[in-house]
Write a protein that binds this ligand. Sequence first.
Ligand code: 5AD
Ligand code: SF4
Length: 434
Amino acid sequence: MLSKLLFIETLGCAMNSRDSEHMIAELHEKEGFVTTEDYKEADLILINTCSVRERPVHKLFSELGGFNKHKKKGAKIGVCGCTASHLGEEIIKKAPYVNFVLGARNVSKISEVLHKDKAVEIDINYDESEFAFKDFRSSPFKGFINISIGCDKSCTFCIVPKTRGDEISIPDSLIIKEAQRLVGAGAKEIFLLGQNVNNYGRRFSGDHEKVNFAELLRRLSKIDTLERIRFTSPHPFHMDDEFIEEFSSNPKVCKSMHMPLQSGSTKVLKDMKRGYSKEWFLNRVGKLKTMCPEATISTDIIVGFPGESDEDFEETIDVMKQVQFDQIFSFKYSPRPQTEAEHFTNVVDDEVASDRLAFLQSLNNEIVDTNHEKLLGNTYRVYFETLHRDGHVAGRSDNNIVIKVNGSEELLGQFRNVKITTIGRTILTGEVIA
Ligand code: 5AD
Ligand code: SF4
């Protein structure tokens, strides 16, 4: 029998990528689908959406129109993920050719909705925390594992608690089993995912022994052939001493930390309901840099949040200068439906916000260039994961520096010592020395 073809487009964060993997696995196992890169030949077109900022939502409808126009006769279209959660039925009203809508918290129901025309499954209280998913992995070298679903925070700018619901931790026995399975299949690195990973263990859906994130890291690192553990995203509010100490001392935990600052102004942080101050953030960075000087630190920053004054923005710049982040993801504030900040009236002029973003990004470029200059001639242990058509193989150092070397697929899935020979802003080039 000919396989049915699935085209899936994934937007947004790593959580969404993992959800797409879940859906591909389910659809393969239960419905016999295999993936295709060409939506025009697909029997099922899925778009796994993100709603964290406004632009992707607009893009969604024009894209859906294009899919509908050129799709194969009889092909179905499904909208999944965070925008599906928050727009729900509206999607089918606006684009009546869409066959089903499946929220970010309901991905395990994919084979169910496939057979119900105009189904809308967007229950944000649906408990997927103990669901046994089938395996599909986009990379054989590293495995993404969800450790919690949902988010319990109430940051005033963020739509995620409305699209992914309350936070529930996944039992550690399931996480460990999944990690063992991945390692058994050859992955040497696992990537733990959750909205607030270091809040792990706050709530399980059934009775469960008290296990926090530091303890989860200790338990996972007992898996013999597992070499590297990465995770995203930790929350600065939950960066207690035990977490930073475990991060620093556990040799299997990769030394790169994402610390989403959002703003350097304590006043803005309060308006955002982030739960920490500028001083707390700097104190945690200080502890991390003292305990683990080799750690790289990345961050997320929002500029132009309602009420952000020039002085508030200066505070963000001050934190950037003090911390010298290795990488930043920076955004202009974008009002989102169903959030508290949507109703804030002290809006920042768009041009001012654009200027602040440009300033911040050019400062970051200077910092990254200076940081990278210091790396020339250094040697790192690189885990190779990606083969490029131009004859390069790329991988990451333990502290998340992307390095490419001349080489072929034999290097994939291998660790090698690499000496940095050329520096660039986003990628460094090196040569294998052992
Ligand atoms: N506007 C701009 N950026 C946002 N983010 C989340 N919500 C918004 C918003 N409304 C950013 C935050 C978060 C990252 C994933 O996206 O910086 O950490
Ligand atoms: Fe991920 Fe948040 Fe976007 Fe949902 S809204 S896909 S959780 S980044």
